[in-house]
Design a protein around this ligand. Structure first.
Ligand code: ATP
Ligand code: GNG
Length: 228
């Protein structure tokens, strides 16, 4: 049983790589609740009012999928629960949460993490972090086209996204729940370029092999046209 989680800033390519990787390894993908998330557009329209509610919403849906993923066989999650606090802390630091909300959130997170401690598997086997620069992040956000994430929607988003990248750096450096590896999301266009896609897939399967987590009976698919 192997559980892989992807991490990285908004638009880094986590959902896309989750889809590619799950087909390549023959494992089950778990996606973050975005298009069916009723709080996300409310948050972008009024972050101060909805930051806490959005965080509780994400924590709840992530907890649900992580519980499933840690009890079933081979799975890939498109964002880790460990990034949850990064988002909330950043929003709290810019005045989008009261001290009571901060206090309640951390108590809830702590309780949920304690629950995970009791799971048959406590942590993922591997964290795959996609690194992107600000320019790449904005390009991808534009390409995907969710209206409320566009810089034109809110003039404070540029600062929000730049800040997010600054929070991610130490977060990744300090992450120690499992082995980890980085993908260069600026250089490797694993969506449009088949050679880049194969490089990324090889990097991940080599790492799994080195960790003794690549199934013995796994055969490298010959068809590398794995659409996201
Ligand atoms: N390596 C890549 N090269 C080129 N385009 C990419 C790459 N990765 C993702 N994209 C494109 O960028 C957009 C965002 O990708 P995706 O939705 O996978 O990001 P994400 O990390 O899951 O974002 P979020 O954090 O918002 O959920 C999509 O339009 C996708 O096709
Ligand atoms: N505030 C906040 N807290 C989170 O934990 C969180 N997780 C994801 N997101 C936002 C980023 C993308 O717009 C979109 C898809 O990732 O959802 C979050 N926003």
């Amino acid at each position: 049983m192997t559980v892989i989680v992807l991490s990285g800033p908004i638009g880094a390519g986590k959902s896309s790589l989750t889809s590619i990787l799950s087909k390549y390894l023959g494992t089950k993908p778990f996606y973050e609740s975005v298009d069916d998330n009723p709080v996300l557009p409310l948050f972008y329209a009024d972050p101060k009012k909805y930051a806490f509610l959005l965080q509780v919403y994400f924590l709840n849906t992530r907890f649900h999928s992580i519980k499933d993923a840690l009890t079933q066989d081979n799975n890939i999650l498109d964002r880790s629960i460990y990034e949850d606090a990064l988002f909330f802390q950043m929003n709290a630091d810019i005045g989008r949460a009261t001290s009571e909300e901060v206090d309640t959130y951390y108590k809830l997170l702590h309780n949920m993490m304690n629950e995970l401690e009791r799971m048959p598997k406590k942590n993922p086997d591997l964290l795959v972090h996609i690194n992107v620069s600000y320019d790449t992040m904005i390009k991808r956000i534009k390409k995907r086209g969710r209206p409320y994430e566009q810089l034109s929607y809110d003039s404070t988003l540029e600062d929000y996204y730049k800040r997010l990248l600054r929070y991610y750096k130490p977060w990744y450096e300090n992450y120690d729940y499992s082995p980890k590896m980085e993908i260069d999301g600026d250089k490797l266009d694993f969506m449009a370029n088949p050679a880049d896609k194969q490089i990324v897939l090889d990097q991940i399967t080599d790492k799994l092999k080195e960790m003794g987590k690549r199934p013995e009976d796994w055969e490298k698919p010959t068809d590398i046209q794995i659409e996201a």
